[in-house]
Design a binder for this molecule. Structure first.
Ligand code: HPA
Length: 271
């Protein structure tokens, strides 16, 4: 039973950590070191949590960091779990649910993504206004966890309009020209074909990636307030002559990490 597993993960964290987070944060590719800069109160390795899915991707750390950004108590997921690693979608969103069960009422999701919108450049930040998950199974498939939320949850405002406004204000304050758009989640681990990228665009997508939307759904299901920002690390397949690779994704993420961290720091205290 998934709820039993969740409760035992919570108990396992609570044996070691008493910290009460208000805001949860998931850090994407190349953005993980934001957690090293916060005022750290406690950490726990995923491997210390029994039954917890552990990430296998190079460059993804695997721990929760508890601490303060300004006065705001946060839990940071430093390294996420992806569907393409072979986990069930329910396990992919387990950490998100866990952070919610630890007390976080709001969540900021970040990722590296390919730009589908032809006006985007590598290094741009895109505030996620909505998403499309047609390419991946719903994390809510299976017996509904009544303790968390309803069987047929509304998804008409996954990304909180209130938090979207806060993100705009923070970006303006940081001097960041913010794009806004729709994130399309595919399974990965392969990058998309040019035809798939055209499909995503024809659907109304602005960026493609391999994470985030499933986490947003699980968080909404349990009533958390959600927001998300993509770092556009590359033009999606077919939009440039360049082949796609993880190195380019990481290099771009590293290049803009400083300004991303400023934006996130500003945002977390105002969420
Ligand atoms: N496609 C999917 N996921 C990604 C991409 C991409 O082009 N860039 C970074 N993550």
């Amino acid at each position: 039973m998934m709820y039993q597993k969740l409760k035992s993960c919570v108990a396992s964290v609570r044996e070691k950590v008493s910290f009460q987070p208000e805001v949860a944060l998931i850090l994407g590719s190349g953005l993980g070191d934001f957690a090293d800069g916060i005022e750290i109160a406690d950490t726990i390795e995923y491997t210390q949590i029994e039954g917890f899915p552990v990430s296998t991707v190079k460059g993804h750390k695997g721990r929760f960091v508890f601490g303060y950004v300004g006065k705001t108590p946060v839990v940071v997921m430093q390294g996420r779990v992806h569907y393409y690693e072979g986990y069930q979608m329910q396990d992919v969103v387990l950490p998100t649910r866990l952070m919610g069960m630890l007390g976080a009422k709001k969540i900021l999701l970040t990722n590296a993504a390919g730009g589908v919108n032809e006006t985007y450049q590598p290094g741009d930040f895109m505030m996620i206004t909505d998403h499309i998950t047609t390419g991946v199974p719903s994390p809510l498939i299976g017996p509904n966890i009544e303790e968390l939320g309803t069987r047929f949850p509304d998804m008409s405002e996954v990304y909180s309009l209130r938090l979207q406004e806060v993100i705009r204000e923070c970006a303006a304050k940081c001097g960041i020209s913010l794009k806004e758009g729709v994130y399309v989640q595919f399974t990965g681990p392969n990058y998309e074909t040019p035809a798939e990228v055209r499909l995503a665009r024809s659907w109304g997508g602005d960026a493609v990636g391999m994470s985030t939307a499933c986490e947003a759904m699980a968080a909404r299901h349990m009533g958390m307030e959600v927001c998300g920002i993509s770092c556009i690390t590359n033009l999606a397949a077919g939009l440039s002559k360049q082949e796609l690779n993880h190195k380019e994704v990481q290099e771009t993420a590293d290049r803009v990490a400083k300004s991303f961290k400023e934006l996130v720091a500003e945002l977390v205290v105002r969420m």
